[in-house]
Ligand binder design. Structure first.
Ligand SMILES: Cc1ncc(COP(=O)(O)O)c(C=O)c1O
Length: 448
C-alpha cells in the first residue's frame, strides 16, 4: 500500500537524527536542507568506475598477441566464449558479433526482414533497436510501453500489426524481462518472428528461462558500459542451429557455414566479426558477471523495499517468477507526491546530493531520426504516402511511453555494487528530498 506523505514525514524524522549521529559538524537544519539549497550532500566522493580491469588477465592477452591468431577464424578464446555463453544461458548456440547493433542487423536479416517490411519494436529503448530495423529499410513500428514495467505492453501490439508486419522485437530494457508468453503467443498466432533485444539483459530470467532464448533469436551487447564489457562486442543466441548458422554466414561476408551452405559460395553478408582479444575479455568478464548479477539483484531488492516506502516512488514491476539484472536501476517518480516538484528538478536535487540519478530515454521518435528515414527516396518508394503519414501520426498515441519517459529516475548499475552503507545513503537522499519537496518546488518556481 503506498505510504502517504504525512505518515512518511512523521516516521522519517529518525533519518535526520541518523544524519546527526555522525561527526557533530553538520547541524540538524543543515542535514535536512537539500544540497541544492545550500545543505550538505548525503554522499560525497566517487562511485565505482566501470569497466574493471584485473591484471591477472594480462597473460591471456599476451598469449593471443603472441599466437598471431587475432581474428575470429578457427577456435581460440572467441569460440570458447561462444560455447560457454550458450551453456550459461541454456541456448543451443551462440555467435559472437562486433556489436549489439550488428547482432540485431544480422538476426533481422536471417529472420527474413526485407525492404518495405514492418517490424514492431519497443519505443522505450536505446536508439540502436530502431536503427537496426531501419538498416534493412524496414519500418520500426512502435507499440506502447507499460509504465509499470517499462517494457512493451503486450495489449498494444495487436493493433499495430499490418499485412507488412514480419516480426516483433521486444526489448528487455535495463535487463527487466518482457512479458514474453503473451508476445510469443501473439506472434505464433499471427505468423510473426520474435527477435529479443537482450542487449541489456545478460542472465535476466523469465519464468525459469534466460532472456535471449525465448524468441527465435536473441541479441546481446558487450559494449563498454555493459555488465560484461569488451569495449565493443555482441552476440546472437538461439535454439535453432540452422538460424544461427545462417547468422554466422551473414556476419562472415556470406561464406557458407555449417548446415547453411547458401549457394555454395558467397551469399549476401557483411563483416561483423569480433576479435580474439575481445574473446579473452568476455571469458574473464563472464566469470565476474555471475557473482555481480547476484549482488545487483540483492541491492535492487533492498532499494525496492526501502525506496518503495517513500510516497511518490514506485519500484518497477517484473513478471511473475522472473528476475531482472538492472543495467540501470529504475524507479518511477510521481511529482504529485513531491509537492509538484518536476521529475527533472528532482533529478537535479538528487545529483546535488551526490547520487547519480538520470532520466535515461526520452520520446526519441520526435527527435528527427524517424522523420529523416521516412523522408528518404528509399522509404518514399517502398511505402505508400498515406502509410507513412499514419505512421508519423501514431507516435502521438504512445501515451504509456510518454508517461514512462516523464517519470523514470534511474541509477547506474555500479551503485548496486557498492554495499549497504552507500545504498542507505541513496535511500537517505530520496527521503531527504521527499521531506524537503515543498521548499524545492518553491525554489524551482521562483527560478522559472
Ligand atoms: C537495448 C539496446 N539495444 C541495442 C544496443 C546496441 O548495442 P551496441 O552498442 O553494442 O551496438 C544497445 C546498446 O547500448 C542497447 O542498450
Amino acid at each position: 500500500m503506498p505510504t502517504s506523505r504525512r505518515r512518511f514525514l512523521a516516521s522519517s524524522t529518525s533519518l535526520a537524527a541518523a544524519a546527526l549521529a555522525g561527526p557533530a559538524v553538520v547541524s540538524a537544519a543543515d542535514a535536512r536542507r537539500p544540497a541544492l539549497l545550500g545543505g550538505t550532500p548525503v554522499h560525497t566522493g566517487p562511485w565505482p568506475s566501470w569497466p574493471v580491469w584485473d591484471p591477472a588477465w594480462e597473460e591471456d592477452f599476451l598469449r593471443v598477441c603472441r599466437s598471431g591468431r587475432w581474428n575470429a577464424a578457427g577456435g581460440g578464446p572467441l569460440a570458447d566464449f561462444e560455447r560457454r555463453w550458450a551453456e550459461l544461458l541454456g541456448a543451443r548456440r551462440c555467435l559472437a558479433t562486433s556489436s549489439g547493433t550488428t547482432a540485431l542487423i544480422t538476426a533481422l536479416h536471417v529472420l527474413g526482414i526485407d525492404a518495405g517490411d514492418e517490424v514492431i519494436v519497443s519505443p522505450y529503448t536505446f536508439i540502436a533497436s530502431y536503427n537496426a530495423i531501419l538498416a534493412h529499410k524496414a519500418l520500426p513500428v512502435l507499440a506502447d510501453t507499460d509504465p509499470a514495467t517499462l517494457n512493451l505492453d503486450p495489449a498494444s501490439i495487436a493493433s499495430r500489426i499490418t499485412d507488412r508486419t514480419r516480426a516483433i522485437v521486444p526489448v528487455h530494457i535495463f535487463g527487466l524481462p518482457c512479458e514474453m508468453d503473451s508476445i510469443t503467443a501473439l506472434a505464433r498466432a499471427r505468423g510473426l518472428r520474435v527477435l529479443e533485444d537482450a542487449c541489456q539483459a545478460w542472465l535476466a530470467e523469465y519464468r525459469g528461462r534466460k532472456c535471449g532464448t525465448l524468441g527465435d533469436l536473441g541479441c546481446f551487447s558487450f559494449q563498454q558500459s555493459k555488465h560484461i564489457p569488451a569495449g565493443e562486442g555482441g552476440a546472437i543466441t538461439g535454439m535453432d542451429e540452422d538460424l544461427v548458422d545462417r547468422c554466422n554466414s551473414f556476419h562472415n561476408c556470406g561464406r557458407p557455414v555449417g548446415r547453411f551452405q547458401g549457394s555454395g559460395f558467397f551469399t549476401r553478408g557483411s563483416n561483423f566479426r569480433l576479435t580474439q582479444f575481445q574473446g579473452v575479455l568476455l571469458l574473464r568478464q563472464m566469470e565476474k558477471l555471475v557473482a555481480e548479477t547476484a549482488r545487483r539483484r540483492e541491492a535492487a531488492d533492498y532499494l525496492n523495499a526501502r525506496l518503495g516506502a517513500i510516497p511518490g516512488i514506485t519500484p518497477v514491476r517484473v513478471p511473475a517468477e522472473s528476475r531482472g539484472v538492472y543495467h540501470l536501476y529504475p524507479v518511477r517518480y510521481d511529482a504529485r507526491a513531491f509537492a509538484g516538484l518536476s521529475r527533472d528538478a528532482f533529478l537535479r536535487a538528487l545529483v546535488a546530493e551526490g547520487v547519480p540519478g538520470s532520466a535515461v530515454y526520452k520520446e526519441q521518435y520526435f527527435d528527427g531520426l524517424l522523420d529523416e528515414a521516412i523522408a528518404t527516396r528509399g522509404f518514399q518508394r517502398l511505402f505508400p504516402a498515406e502509410r507513412l503519414k499514419a505512421y508519423r501520426e501514431s507516435f502521438r498515441e504512445l501515451r504509456g511511453n510518454r508517461e514512462t519517459c516523464a517519470s523514470v529516475v534511474a541509477l547506474p548499475q555500479t551503485v548496486l555494487l557498492t554495499g549497504r552503507p552507500a545504498l542507505d545513503q541513496v535511500v537517505e537522499a530520496f527521503a531527504k528530498l521527499q521531506a524537503a519537496a515543498p521548499a524545492l518546488a518553491a525554489a524551482a518556481r521562483a527560478k522559472s
